[in-house]
Design a protein around this ligand. Structure first.
Ligand code: G6P
Length: 590
């Protein structure tokens, strides 16, 4: 959700900023901008739309000792060049980029307007530029100006600020939004996330909330909110730069779908030792695709461990009275570990004394730092905005957790043994992807889609619909198959494809009956099934036959199919698969 890059050093600043922004495009792509601090004045470039538009306007090669860049996911004010960051003060000598939301921006804007500040954009960010510039006029020190200004801000921010009077220095600050400082040799970097800097350095300092950093080419100094100098901890960055290559696949999403068998092997090999405190119930909180993994987790843990599990979207959880105490284990699931709604929920439950287990793909994230126990899912960096391999890894984490908490050791051992067979079965589906692509082509022109399933695959129906919506913009809904007859069935006719996850298990016959009901209303029917049954032939228009697994593990193989279907439909429709409109991978605002 907005990406920030900064650089101070002797290399080509503009090139490093553009390259860094290209690695942060998953955080937003509504507009992009760069500011270079030159002795002759600030040079600012902005363009609406994707990063390549900015590259097109940056034709000259300008040498600068420092610069900041931004890629935007619009919150306040539409996607336009004028709302693109960097934003500046009246005279243009101070520029800044911002990720987050300033909740009291209107109040500040009114006050600053009264003092003669002229606002050019509709953003909340511009108030910070005017605020810091006004402070700088008073104190003539950029660090102190930033410290004084952020005291007035309510909300979330990660900021990079430059002033033309202070060459080769960037002042940074953060609260409830991520910011990492890359440590180089005679040069230093700033970024919202490490993909932007990993090819230049493997050492970094993570800024904590309400800390301020002063970054020059030779040093990084960190201060607390009162201006006291702190000792900073330099950490090793976890990723390899080659993780950011498409490796010959047309899209990151397709590459990441194909990585899933290895992802399962990795997480099984790594399965962490978790020392969990005593608890009598579990509350899982998550958003988006992670929420669907959480729903599968409820079925798994309740079945294997007999412990009650509640699941709720973080954004709903945080604004009601929740019954959480020291006997509740709260599990936060998040690919990025930076989702603002989930972070807020975690902070709330910690205040109520609950222990928090974080299941994340980013052991370096804010959520991981808040965790009492950490379960890293080992999926490797996921670039495509639509989550695929991280979902698979989250599902496996749910099974491993269920096994860890299991009452019946024999039952747990059966699931464990079956898990080790999964990678080969995932590969069988991937090897059959041409057949799935054919079915995708056949259905790519339908305007609506319904996914149905029951039991542990109800979340598969939700995820199938979400994936299709996200990347193809087709109106898709996931229903529990038993609910179809209570309303949604009114929508069925030959223009409405219904895809059923029909896995062997307790609900197989019931889902089959629900499919018959849909067929009787002329809906086009697709089955994703691991059952060979001759009645399928007459009933379904298309059948995607997948390898056999137990009911409990079936969401994993169904996930591969729903991902491939969504991918190929979006690809046939010519959509921007890796960067779907209006979305961002890391949603750092509530
Ligand atoms: C965004 C992404 C989704 C993701 C959700 C939760 O909406 O586009 O793919 O599932 O955030 O993200 P998290 O990082 O917490 O799993």
């Amino acid at each position: 959700m907005c990406g920030i890059v900064g650089y101070v050093g002797k290399k080509s600043t503009a090139e490093i900023l553009l390259n860094g922004l290209s690695k942060l495009e998953y955080r937003g792509y509504d507009s992009a901008g760069i500011a270079l601090n030159l002795p002759s004045g600030m040079k600012v470039f902005k363009a609406n739309g994707k990063l390549h538009n900015l590259k097109n306007v940056m034709t000259e090669n300008i040498a600068a000792g420092s610069g900041i860049g931004h890629i935007r996911w619009a919150t306040h004010g539409g996607a336009s060049e004028v709302n693109a960051h960097p934003h500046s003060c009246n005279c243009g000598s101070l520029v800044l980029v911002h990720n987050g939301i300033i909740e009291n921006f209107q109040e500040l804007k009114d006050e600053l307007t009264g003092c003669g500040c002229v606002f050019k954009s509709q953003t909340d960010t511009e108030v910070i530029a005017h605020l810091v510039a006004r402070e700088f006029e008073k104190v003539k020190d950029l660090k102190t100006a930033v410290i004084n200004s952020i005291k007035c801000l309510k909300g979330a921010f990660a900021l990079c600020v430059m002033h033309n009077d202070v060459q080769d220095t960037i002042v940074v600050a953060k609260r409830n939004a991520p910011l990492v400082l890359g440590v180089g040799n005679g040069e230093n970097y700033i970024a919202s996330d490490i993909p932007a800097i990993i090819e230049y350095t493997k050492s970094a300092i993570y800024l904590d909330d309400n800390q301020i950093g002063v970054v020059s080419a030779d040093e990084i100094k960190i201060y607390d909110a009162s201006g006291n100098l702190l000792t900073s901890k330099v950490e090793n960055l976890p990723f390899e730069p080659q993780a950011l290559s498409k490796m010959g696949y047309k899209h990151y999403m397709l590459k990441e779908i194909h990585e899933q068998s290895d992802v399962i092997r990795n997480i099984l090999a790594a399965s962490p030792e978790l020392q969990l405190k005593k608890f009598d119930r579990i509350q899982i909180i998550a958003c988006g695709t992670s929420l669907h993994a959480a729903l599968v987790g409820k079925y798994v843990i309740e079945d294997l461990a007999g412990i009650p599990v509640d699941v709720e979207a973080s954004s709903e959880f945080i604004y009601r009275s929740t019954i959480i105490n020291e006997n509740t284990l709260v599990i936060g699931i998040s690919q990025s570990g930076e989702t603002a709604d989930t972070i807020t929920a975690i902070k709330q439950v910690k205040e109520k004394g609950a222990k928090v287990l974080i299941v994340t793909n980013r052991p370096d994230s804010t959520m991981a730092r808040l965790a009492d126990n950490l379960f890293p899912i080992e999926a490797g960096i996921e670039v495509s905005v639509a989550a695929t391999k991280s979902y698979m890894a989250q599902l496996i984490a749910m099974y491993l957790l269920g096994i860890l908490l299991a009452k019946d050791a024999e039952k747990a051992a059966v699931i464990k043994a079956e898990l080790s067979q999964l990678p080969a079965k995932v590969e069988m589906i991937l090897n059959n992807s041409t057949a799935i692509a054919e079915i995708a082509r056949k259905y790519s022109n339908f305007k609506n889609f319904i996914f149905i399933a029951r039991g542990i695959n109800y979340p598969s129906a939700l995820e199938g619909a979400l994936k299709l919506k996200e990347i193809s913009y087709i109106n898709a809904t996931g229903y529990s198959a038993g609910e179809l007859k209570h309303g949604p069935i009114a929508m069925l006719d030959e223009s409405m494809p219904v895809l059923a996850f029909l896995s062997e298990g307790i609900v197989y016959d019931k889902v089959l009956s629900n499919c018959q009901e849909a067929k009787a209303r002329q809906a086009k029917l697709i089955a994703v099934t691991n059952v060979e049954n001759s009645t399928h032939q007459g009933l379904f228009d298309d059948i995607i036959q997948i390898p056999h697994v137990s009911d409990m593990l079936s969401p994993t193989l169904n996930a591969v199919v729903l991902q491939l279907l969504a991918y190929y439909i979006a690809e046939f429709l010519g959509k921007d698969v890796d960067q779907p409109r209006n979305l961002a991978k890391s949603v750092t605002v509530e």
